[in-house]
Design a protein around this ligand. Sequence first.
Ligand code: PTJ
Length: 242
Amino acid sequence: MPKPHPRQESLRQRHLLQEGIRKGITTPTGLIAFGRGEAFDYLLGEKTTPPAKKAIETAAARLLLASRPVISVNGNTAALCPRELIALSNELNCPLEVNLFYGPASRRKKISAFFQKRGKKILGAQKTVPLPGLSSLRANVDPNGILKADTVLVPLEDGDRTQALKKARKFVIAIDLNPLSRTARTADISIVDNVVRAIPALTRQIRKMKKQRTALQKTLNAFSNSRNLKESEQIIRKGKLS
Ligand code: PTJ
């Protein structure tokens, strides 16, 4: 990687995905999904915007209030921010679960081994059961993980699963750079930010809010996902807050 380079961080993320594909943990289609996300990120100034900060604060409150939170991991997030995902799951004392859209099924085992190498056992690579209302591979969930979860964090997701999770009465927190996506519109809280920034920001926020537990429900009640998404959309369309 050329150093220094004005687009160094972007090159770093692309390189991580390229490596993910080489290791067999990321699907080649993940590059296309990332490219779309990168375009939105460019328009958002490649920063965690004020509406994203609000969504992160609210997501932290909900994750601290949840009785069985689970963090879903796919091929892109495994490649982009594995250590950050482990730190978040340790901070919350909740499981990571691999859940993939694309085959082959062996990719689940590779992702599980990838985390195991970093000292973290994750769910979703052993016995799975179908989540009702979903025809894609994403329907395969761990009976002790997403199936029983009350809150699921879904970074970089597709709309169908978010809808299926909602139908299964889960509280869904999404991280998606596209404020117009079905995922962003269906989730209860959508963080319009790059996972690479959002996951560590969420961990920091949880650490901070653990000390002020009483305000959690108030923070959650004050949040409107549709209003927050509109604010992100305004930044993208007009380059400023509404
Ligand atoms: O590993 P798999 O098989 O589960 O597949 C993962 C991908 C991401 C390929 C799959 O879920 C997929 O095709 O996703 P979509 O439907 O293309 O949606 C991806 C969404 O994530 C889009 O709205 C992108 O804008 C957004 N996105 C891409 N990169 C990032 C992102 N959001 C946050 N951070 C990113 N780095």
